[in-house]
Structures are given as structure tokens and as C-alpha cells.
Write a protein that binds this ligand. Structure first.
Ligand code: HEM
Length: 407
């Protein structure tokens, strides 16, 4: 088994594989399943999971305190591997600070210390700097090109630099953490590679925490070192989570979002005619693209009834973000990208206590990123046929590996 499978149950190919020539739509099998019901019991590869495709059911699962986010210690993860291997893969120092895997009240304690750092206001204050980072990268890309790879020249470096500055990580170290993050998020990474890369990332963060303890700056990590009683292991875990969650996700939204706009010229034209639509367009792209394509998983701590189905204690539930975001009871013509669609309640950032901590930051990065990209390069277009754009079907966060563009 690969390492991702332990924390993210694998679904049958017909529910996950992209349709040929259709890089933005969920698998045909997933859409058919959603039309048949809202919660489904799926047996695959010796695993049984409940797959949620309905919007209200998804919110009910994600808001239910009886649903645990502790994917590391789920009965499923423990059953899949030996206790020895489990201990090696998930040592206590790996768990420390990883609040995305914690339940209340442990989760609440850490999340509270961080919410103050991620307010809408703080993110607005960061906007001028984000603007500067976006323009600098566009300038460099224009000077070098055309053509360009939008991923390497724009979509990946912008959020990487932003999260590095916010956390106080040296951007010079990006190759190291980008490579290790990509390995951790790959669906083909073996358990051994996972153990090695996760330990290396932890060591990298531990030394950064020690540096902040000696030499605090005005970054977020220094603030946490100074103002909280978090242990060095917890601080390292938090920094690691923010660094990983903070750059791959937004990078893929920027690149796949641009690809989607280029493939929907009418929508692109609407946005070019009326740049004020950008906030709306960002929400619609989040909904339509659902880059957390493998969904968000939980396990039941006790028997729970959702949408008429009884989920037994210990069973795994996967909320299919792509299916839920295209639920026909929520959206008219859900399979269409409409940048002026009235804003609804998508679950691209999750829901409930684990709802994305970085969503305001991601929104600012996308709003500024798309606005400036389209303003600077109004003739932006693909430099290769659309079916030659390499899709991230091998990664747990969907997007494109490269986006060759010209202008
Ligand atoms: C949680 C998506 C950007 C930090 C989540 C969750 C989703 C998500 C679906 C919920 C996971 C769950 O319920 O198990 C996204 C998307 C992004 C994005 C689509 C970009 C467009 C960011 C950024 C940061 C970030 C920029 C950091 C600065 C986090 C953290 C959590 C989280 C720390 C865990 C929150 C908790 O467990 O309380 N994200 N995210 N994310 N995200 Fe994001």
C-alpha cells in the first residue's frame, strides 16, 4: 500500500478517474453515483467506506462532534498496518501540533492560538505585500518569456513566498520543502519514503523553531514562540502543517483556475470586461474545480445516522468535495463554470471546526493573482493543445503539473 492510502481511503477508479478530455469534471462514475443518492456504502480493495455526495449530508458529517478527524489513529489506519509500522510512521513528535488530525478539545486549544493570526483584517493588511510578490513574479515572467510555465513561474512561487514570509521560513530553502511536500502528497509515495520525508521536514522545522527561540522576529512562528506555551514539537508540527497546506493548495488553484478560464473563453471575457467579478469568480472556481479531489475523511466515534444511513462506530466516511460542490439541489447547472453565479455554500474549504484556517489568505492570493495576471497579460493563452497539459491525477491535491502559456 502507498502511504497516502492510510490516511485517505482509495476509491474505485470509476469514481476518481478523470474523463478523457475533461480535466475539470469529476469522474463520470462519481456524477452517476451522486444522481442515485446522497450517501453511499462503497466496498473496494478490502476497505468499506461511506461516500457522501450530498451537500446537507456533507455539512452534517463535518459538523458532528461524533466524527473524528484523527486519520492517524483511526481503526482503519490501525487495521491496515502492524502496530510496529504504525509507531514508526506516526511517532508522537509527528502527531504533535498536527491539529488537522485532532478532535476537540485538543484541536480547540491549538486552533484558538492561531485564529487570531489569520483574521480577515490581518490578511487585508498583508494585501499590499501579496500584490508586490504577484507583480514581481509577473514582471520576471514577462521579461523571460513568452512562452512560460505558469506553475513554475507564477502559481507555485507566489503562495510559497507568501507563506514563507508569514511563517518566517527562509525562501532560499524552498526547493527542499517543495520537493518533500510534493513527495508527501504523491499517491505513489511508498511508506519508507513517507517516513524519511516526513522526518526530514520535521528536522527542518525543529531547527527553525530553535532559531526563532534564539532570535525571534515579527513573523507568525516567532509570535507563537513568544506568546504561547506550545512545546518545540508542537511548534514544529504547526509550522509544518501551515507550510504544506499553505502553498500546494493555493498554487494548484491559481494554475488550474487559469487553465479553466482559458478553456472557457466566455467566462474569461466576462471577467476581463468586469474585473470586479473577481471575488465571485474565485468562489466559483473553488466550487467548480474542487482541488481536494479525494475528499475529506472522518471516522465515527459512535453510531451516527446521516441522511438515513447508519454509520457504525469505527467506520470511515469520505466527504467527496467534487460531488458535494456540484450537488444539483444546491446549484442550477452545477457542471457549468459561471463566474457570475450567485455565491453559494461550497465546501472547497471544508466545514465545521476544521474549516480551512488559511481561507482568507488563499482568497487574497487568488483575487490579487487572477486580477493582475489577466490585467497584465490580456492575450494569455495555452502554448500547447489542452489535452497535452499534464494533470495531477497522481497527487492528493488536484491541479496541473505544468501549464505552458504564451501571450
Ligand atoms: C484545512 C482546503 C489554503 C491551512 C483545510 C480543509 C480544506 C482546505 C478542505 C479542511 C480539512 C478537513 O476538514 O479535514 C484548502 C484550499 C486552499 C487552502 C482549497 C486553497 C485554495 C490554505 C492556506 C493555508 C491553509 C493558504 C495556510 C496558510 C489550513 C489548515 C487547515 C486547513 C491549517 C487545518 C484546519 C484545522 O484542522 O482546524 N483546507 N486550503 N489552507 N487548511 Fe486549507
Amino acid at each position: 500500500r502507498n502511504a497516502q492510502e492510510l490516511i485517505r481511503p482509495q476509491l474505485p477508479a470509476e469514481l476518481t478517474e478523470k474523463r478523457a478530455g475533461c480535466p475539470f469534471d469529476p469522474a463520470a462514475g462519481l456524477t452517476e453515483l451522486s444522481e442515485r443518492g446522497r450517501i453511499h456504502r462503497i466496498e473496494h480493495n478490502g476497505d468499506t467506506v461511506w461516500l457522501v455526495t450530498g451537500h446537507d449530508e456533507a455539512r452534517a458529517v463535518l459538523a458532528d462532534p461524533a466524527m473524528s478527524a484523527d486519520r492517524i489513529n483511526s481503526p482503519r489506519a490501525r487495521a491496515l498496518i502492524s502496530p510496529e509500522l504504525h509507531a514508526e510512521m506516526f511517532p508522537p513528535e509527528r502527531r504533535a501540533g498536527s491539529f488537522i488530525f485532532m478532535d476537540a478539545p485538543e484541536h480547540t486549544r491549538i486552533r484558538k492560538m492561531l485564529t487570531g493570526q489569520f483574521t480577515v483584517r490581518r490578511m487585508r493588511d498583508l494585501t499590499p505585500r501579496i500584490h508586490e510578490i504577484v507583480t514581481t513574479h509577473l514582471d520576471a515572467m514577462v521579461e523571460k518569456g513568452p512562452p512560460a510555465d505558469l506553475v513554475q513561474d507564477f502559481a507555485l512561487p507566489v503562495p510559497s513566498l507568501v507563506i514563507c514570509e508569514l511563517l518566517g521560513v527562509d525562501y532560499g530553502d524552498r526547493e527542499e520543502f517543495q520537493r518533500r511536500t510534493a513527495t508527501l502528497l504523491s499517491l505513489t509515495t511508498t511508506v519508507d519514503e513517507q517516513i524519511r520525508n516526513s522526518a526530514e521536514l520535521r528536522r527542518f522545522m525543529q531547527s527553525l523553531v530553535r532559531e526563532k527561540q534564539r532570535n525571534p522576529g515579527d513573523d507568525l512562528l516567532s509570535g507563537l514562540v513568544r506568546d504561547t506555551d506550545l512545546t518545540a514539537n508542537e511548534l514544529g508540527g504547526i509550522a509544518n502543517l501551515l507550510l504544506i497546506a499553505g502553498h500546494e493548495t493555493t498554487a494548484n488553484m491559481l494554475a488550474l483556475g487559469t487553465f479553466a478560464l482559458l478553456e472557457h473563453p466566455e467566462e474569461l471575457a466576462k471577467l476581463q470586461r468586469d474585473p470586479e467579478l473577481v471575488d465571485n469568480a474565485v468562489e466559483e472556481l473553488l466550487r467548480y474545480l474542487s482541488i481536494i479531489s479525494m475528499g475529506v475523511s472522518r471516522h465515527a466515534k459512535q453510531d451516527v445516522t446521516i441522511g438515513g444511513a447508519t454509520i457504525r462506530a469505527g467506520e470511515t466516511v469520505v466527504v467527496s468535495v467534487p460531488a458535494v460542490n456540484r450537488d444539483e439541489s444546491q446549484y442550477d447547472n452545477p457542471h457549468e463554470l459561471l463566474v457570475d453565479r450567485p455565491r453559494g455554500h461550497h465546501v472547497a474549504f471544508g466545514h465545521g471546526i476544521h474549516q480551512c484556517l488559511g481561507q482568507q489568505l488563499a482568497r487574497v492570493e487568488m483575487v490579487v493573482g487572477f486580477t493582475e495576471l489577466l490585467r497584465r497579460l490580456p492575450s494569455l493563452r495555452l502554448a500547447v493543445p489542452a489535452d497535452e497539459v499534464p494533470l495531477r491525477t497522481d497527487m492528493s491535491i488536484y491541479g496541473v503539473h505544468r501549464l505552458p502559456v504564451t501571450w
